[in-house]
Ligand binder design. Structure first.
Ligand SMILES: NC(=O)C[C@H](N)C(=O)O
Length: 325
């Protein structure tokens, strides 16, 4: 029988309602597992209570610690796979970080829930059960970090949360879901490309994030640059990577200070391109030294830059990492 480690981190999946009907952290990983006796026939389960928080409280530092723990567990030849329970709000960032940091063929599956464990029609138990079903399958090996919710399997780097409350809250952008979990089986529709592994013992969280809106006030960027607190800046630009012309001097000041500036798009799908001459005025953003991010969302690009800045990577290597998702 396979042995799967459950690492519980909290989220709605581990919540119940208080007297006012509001959701609060209530259940441990052990309690979640005990509520699903069907798992006993499937595999042996060991539990690690990593934390019990709403994932809005999850920080990149905590995600990095979680990645170290997953690495340790995976090295243990006794463990065949990992299931992580996590809140859905920052799940895509944790999943993305684990995906680029963990280099193992063993399945690592993240799941969560959209309804608390005590709510009518709660989805947590079914999602945990399905996550384990995926984790014990041989064909789930070498697929990178996977996310299982609502009968769907998604790859970490394409995953995005698209709905605030719907049970089908997640979607794989730029493609369809990777697979599905039915009552009888686990089906994969295509094979994932393994991500380029980032090797680092540290994370540099000094990366600011700015979303561009029409009439954006570039004073925000100037403030970020002048307070010397940031080594990196993620710009979530319009469409294929356009920004108002008057922001350019602020970006130039950021680059001159040695900040890494990465361009991403507000759009849910596609990637940024260096297509419009008008977008950067008479300057070419790429020539200026802005890094174009290939098809990952702003929040994921931020995680990637934090890891690359934490590691011992040269400028060209950092650019190369952004040439793939
Ligand atoms: N559905 C959820 O898990 C949302 C919750 N606020 C969390 O991310 O922890």
């Amino acid at each position: 029988m396979k042995k799967i480690k459950l690492i519980s981190t909290g989220g709605t999946i581990a919540m119940g309602e208080n007297k006012e009907g509001k959701l609060i952290p209530k259940f441990t990983g052990k309690e979640l597992i005990e509520s699903i006796p069907e798992l006993e026939e499937m595999c042996e389960v060991e539990v690690n209570e990593f934390c019990n928080i709403d994932s809005s409280q999850m920080t990149p530092e905590r995600m990095f610690k979680l990645a170290q723990l997953v690495k340790e567990e995976i090295r243990n030849s006794d463990i065949d796979g990992i299931v992580i329970t996590h809140g859905t709000d920052t799940l895509q960032e944790t999943a993305y970080m684990l995906n680029v940091l963990i280099d193992s063929s063993k399945p690592v599956i993240i799941t969560g829930a959209m309804r608390g464990a005590t709510e009518l029609g709660s989805d947590g138990s079914a999602n945990i059960y399905q996550a384990f079903k995926v984790a014990v399958k041989e064909k789930s090996k070498d697929q990178g970090v996977l996310v299982v919710l609502n009968n769907e399997i998604h790859t970490a780097h394409l995953l995005t949360k698209r709905h605030t409350t719907n049970l089908a809250a997640f979607r794989s952008t730029n493609s369809g879901r990777l697979g599905e979990v039915t009552k009888e089986e686990v089906n994969y529709f295509y094979k994932t490309m393994p991500p380029k592994n980032i090797k680092t013992d540290a994370i540099n969280t000094k990366v600011a994030f700015v979303k561009i809106v029409s009439g954006f006030n570039s004073t925000i960027i100037d403030m970020l640059v002048s307070n010397n607190e940031f080594d990196g800046l993620i710009i979530e630009a319009f469409g294929s990577g356009t920004i108002p012309n008057y922001i350019l001097p602020s970006l130039e000041r950021a680059l001159n200070k040695g900040m890494k500036v990465v361009l991403t798009s507000r759009c849910l799908e596609g990637k940024v391109h260096n297509t419009y001459a008008a977008a950067g005025g008479d300057k070419d953003l790429e020539e200026m030294g802005v890094i174009f991010s290939d098809g990952i969302s702003g929040p994921k690009a931020r995680i990637k830059l934090m890891l690359l800045l934490g590691g011992d990577y040269k400028d060209e290597e950092i650019c190369d990492f952004f040439k793939e998702a």
